[in-house]
Design a protein around this ligand. Structure first.
Ligand SMILES: Nc1ncnc2c1ncn2[C@@H]1O[C@H](COP(=O)(O)OP(=O)(O)OP(=O)(O)O)[C@@H](O)[C@H]1O
Ligand SMILES: [Mg+2]
Length: 307
């Protein structure tokens, strides 16, 4: 039994069908990164796991227990929202420590926990300020602090580093990675950043328009994408897709490509391994390398035809 099992989950907002039967299962200690174009349903899925949105259909299991109808406060999940959602009238220290206060953690212990997290997030000098006196990046770190101060069964992060400058982002990314390795907590993390996805994840789920396209290790989704969408979406710069036809040439299968260069009507023949056991997307990678070598990259038509 998986630790977090998202079982055929649907979400409808009136007529709008936002999640269309998502199936994802991860183990305890996994770091799942959700990626996909804007509006594909990532935040919606996180909100449903946190219990902030109802589930239209399907089942959410956490550690073997169905949590569909469990109140958010009883789910033992900490979430960092895309929109921070800080309490404006509380100080930074108050915001970070609020969850602990609700759990009746003694003041001294609370203070120590807040200081530890503030140090980690490099916001020690801001603890007495109110959110209105902070920059966007500082607010984002406070929102992170509020989750990190706890020790929940599951962390949910919705683009937690999107407003940080490049240097701080790299620092925070490595902090999150170390934190995960140290605590072995299970994490579901949304990002638009390819480097973040590839470096942090133990599993990546690629979504598109409310449907899961692929669930796999970073290596699997990058090198062995399930479909053309995943191939084009993962990787920066993204993979070039070249129109090719598989033909027999000297009794072996080759990919025949016509390029549309103004100066040459070059036709490149690329030898495939016997028997077509090579997946067509490996073929694309080979094509990319081949073309780079010949400096033909930019002017190609990007499409694949498998007939
Ligand atoms: N309360 C709502 N009522 C109707 N539609 C909604 C509601 N909340 C979200 N949606 C729609 O659901 C879809 C998914 O939204 P969601 O916020 O989950 O996307 P996302 O993948 O997190 O995008 P982004 O990367 O931009 O944050 C969008 O098309 C959005 O317009
Ligand atoms: Mg979102």
């Amino acid at each position: 039994m998986s630790f977090l099992h998202i079982n055929n989950v649907h979400k409808r907002f009136g007529e709008t069908h936002v999640l269309k039967g998502v199936d994802i299962a991860i183990e305890q200690g996994d770091f799942l990164v959700l990626v996909g174009p804007s509006g594909c349903g990532k935040s919606t899925l996180l909100n449903m796991i946190a219990g902030l949105d109802s589930i239209s259909e399907g089942e959410l299991l956490l550690d073997g227990r169905c949590i569909n109808d469990v109140h958010p406060s009883r789910r033992d999940i900490a979430m960092v929202f895309q929109s921070y959602a800080l309490y404006p009238s509380m100080t930074v220290a108050g915001n970070i420590g609020f969850g602990l206060e609700m759990r009746k953690v003694p003041r001294k212990e609370r203070r120590e926990a807040v200081d530890r997290v503030a140090k980690l997030l490099q916001i020690e000098n801001l603890l007495d300020r109110k959110p209105g006196q902070l920059s966007g990046g500082q607010r984002q770190r406070v929102a992170m602090g509020r989750a990190l101060v706890r020790d929940p069964q599951l962390f949910l992060f919705d683009e937690p580093l999107s407003n940080l400058d490049a240097k701080l982002r790299v620092d925070m990314r490595s902090e999150i990675k170390q934190l995960h390795q140290r605590l072995k907590t299970t994490i579901v993390y949304v990002t638009h950043d390819q480097v973040e996805a590839m470096t942090l994840a133990t599993r990546i789920a690629v979504m598109r328009a409310g449907e899961l396209q692929q669930l796999g290790t970073p290596h699997e989704v990058y090198d062995d994408p399930n479909n053309l969408f995943v191939a084009g979406f993962m990787g920066s710069p993204s993979m070039n897709l070249v129109k090719a036809r598989i033909v027999e040439h000297d009794s072996v299968l080759v990919a025949q490509m016509a390029t549309s260069l103004a100066t040459t009507q070059a036709v490149t023949l690329l030898r495939l391994r016997q028997g077509m056991t090579v997946r067509y997307l490996h073929l694309l990678v080979l094509v990319r390398l081949q073309l780079l070598k010949h400096c033909l990259v930019v002017e190609l038509h990007l499409l694949l035809n498998l007939d």
